[in-house]
Design a binder for this molecule. Structure first.
Ligand SMILES: Cc1ncc(COP(=O)(O)O)c(C=O)c1O
Length: 395
């Protein structure tokens, strides 16, 4: 059959990460490849209790059609949580519960990106969201990331060269770099976006996983004219299989986003919204996240120490203040792909930096390592294997 497919998906590339992760299931593999939270900490018993109660006492609401805006008690508890924790303001803004952060990106692209529009992303950036923009025909342009966030001169030049539909940024513990945009840069980016009338899509799925350093308010807290669309997710803090994420945007956008949601999947899982609601209101969420945080902090330090002991001195990285990744780099100008391919042969999965570029054919010297999912034993073993490889490659 000769399928006459639309041109819409032509720019979207298969995720190297998803392909690598298929190999992670093979026996004996150590995977630093994924971006998932530790399944050992999933609150299984609590989910069972909520499900049991829901099926016994609220079967009509849990198994019937739900409301597109979200399960109403959860909408309220989530707003309270975001007000208390992130200082987001719901006098001017609304929240919409969606099926994971990925759907938040998809619906934002659906509303703001026409075929051929320019969308700016950080370099590097998260491939899943870049693919969401690509699938609406966006022309992606990347802006270099510095240690404290995006290069402001490059951003202003790109805004000037415009028109730009949207700027996508991962403000805290960026995926893959681990970089957090400073408070000063958040303000400067917001001012530039205002000057050149650009929408900012601020993605913050890792913000609650801070191990060190000071909390920095989201750019959304600076937003006085409704140009920042903020997104978060419970994938990294509770469990990704629930597929619960959310958008926060100016009230004027609510109807449009709601209709976009209805056109895709009508509403998100009521059962898992109930789980999130019960966790937030029974004060279990904070204790759960703080236990997760403590476990990840320990693993991050273990990986960092093991890297210091095993890696060739020409390999560099910054210890992240939070999130799930350490990004390490081979010397400038080298391509990390042969390193990553050889590591797979030695049964260690990592992700090459090229997976996070607007053009995956370009070379990158970076390698992303995840520390939340592997066991402590695997972290030590895997880093030792990568360390040996680094000496073989760098001499
Ligand atoms: C930066 C970023 N945004 C969004 C997502 C999507 O997360 P989910 O759809 O599981 O909520 C991820 C997942 O890895 C991510 O790293």
């Amino acid at each position: 059959m000769d399928y006459r497919l639309t041109t819409r998906m032509e720019g979207a590339q298969a995720s190297i990460i998803r392909e690598l992760l298929k190999m992670a299931a093979l026996p004996g593999m150590i995977s630093f490849g994924g971006g998932a939270p530790d399944y050992r900490g999933f609150p299984k018993e609590f989910v069972k209790q909520v499900a049991d109660d829901a099926f016994t006492n609220q079967s009509k609401s849990v198994l019937g059609y739900g409301i597109s805006e979200g399960y109403p008690p959860f909408v309220e508890s989530l707003k309270k949580h975001l007000q208390d924790k992130e200082k987001l303001d719901f006098a001017e803004n609304e929240v919409l519960i969606l099926s994971g952060g990925q759907q938040c990106a998809d619906l934002t692209a659906k509303l703001f990106v026409n075929e051929g529009d320019t969308v700016l992303v950080e370099n590097p950036s998260f491939v899943g969201v870049m693919n969401a923009f690509r699938s609406y025909g966006a022309n992606l342009k990347s802006i270099p990331l510095e240690e404290d966030g995006v290069d402001l001169t490059a951003l202003e030049d790109a805004f000037k060269a415009g028109p730009v539909s949207l700027f996508y940024m991962i403000s805290t513990f960026q995926n893959p770099s681990g970089i957090t945009t400073s408070g000063a840069k958040r303000k400067a980016v917001y001012e530039l976006a205002k000057k050149y009338d650009v929408i900012v899509f601020e993605d913050n799925p890792y913000g609650e996983l801070r191990y060190e350093g000071e909390w920095i308010p989201a750019m959304k807290t600076l937003d006085t004219d409704g140009r920042v669309i903020y997104t978060g997710s419970f994938s990294k803090t509770i469990a990704p299989g629930m597929r619960i994420g959310f958008l926060v945007y100016a009230k004027a956008l609510h109807t449009k986003f709601k209709i976009a949601k209805q056109a895709v999947d009508v509403h998100s899982s009521t059962l898992y919204q109930m789980v999130c609601h019960e966790m937030l209101t029974k004060d279990l969420y904070d204790s759960h996240v703080s236990a997760q945080r403590a476990g990840y902090y320990k693993k991050m330090k273990l990986m960092d120490e093991a890297m210091k002991a095993c890696f060739h001195p020409d390999m560099t990285w910054h210890r992240p203040e939070g999130g799930l990744f350490i990004q390490t780099k081979l010397p400038e100008g080298m391509d990390s792909l042969p390193f990553v391919n050889e590591a797979v042969k030695r049964k260690v999965i990592t992700v090459p930096g090229s997976a996070f570029l607007t053009n995956q054919e370009d070379k990158s010297n970076a390698i992303r390592l995840n520390f939340s999912l592997p066991s402590e034993e695997d972290i030590e073993k895997g880093v030792e294997i990568l360390g040996k490889l680094s000496y073989e490659i760098l001499g």
